[in-house]
Design a protein around this ligand. Structure first.
Ligand code: DQA
Length: 149
């Protein structure tokens, strides 16, 4: 079971970026915690971050055949990126949308996700635990897919 975790723009600033919204953990600390959880469950995780939309699109495209599930925190691109939505839809690797904050309790422009409709599900509002729940969900999904075959 291989999980690709993709983080979008400004998530490299976690730790000191609006800590009242996003907490005080750095992206490296979050990545270590989810790598540990995936290892406990017998899987592997690769975590990447980019501030560039096209780079994220490229990584989604390359995931086909290499990763079983994508956890995608597209950050601000969640609300704007038709390109990322189309990549997720085109590639067909099951994708789970992740957010640290509860986007529905924030500004109205964050209530709309371009990507959610082509994802298996969305986890938002639990800080780092959103990623850990995403890992759990990825494993559940993979088991369900293997059993259905
Ligand atoms: C975010 C929510 C987005 O609205 C925002 O642009 C981010 C982070 C989150 O994880 O809560 O950069 O995706």
């Amino acid at each position: 079971m291989r999980i690709l975790v993709l983080n979008g723009p400004n998530l490299n600033l976690l730790g000191h970026r609006e800590p009242e919204v996003y907490g005080r953990l750095t992206l490296a600390e979050i990545s270590q915690a989810i790598e540990r959880r995936a290892a406990e469950l017998g899987g592997e995780i690769e975590c990447r971050q980019s501030n560039l939309e096209g780079e994220l699109v490229g990584w989604v495209q390359e995931a086909k055949g290499t990763f079983d599930v994508i956890l995608l925190n597209a950050a601000a691109y969640t609300h704007t990126s038709v390109a990322l939505r189309d990549a997720v839809a085109a590639v067909g690797v099951p994708t789970i949308e992740i957010h640290l904050s509860n986007v529905h309790a924030r500004e109205e422009f964050r209530h709309k996700s371009m990507i959610a409709a082509v994802c298996v599900g969305v986890i938002a509002g639990f800080g780092m635990t959103s990623y850990l729940l995403g890992v759990e969900a990825a494993f559940k999904l993979n088991v369900a897919q293997q059993t259905a075959k």
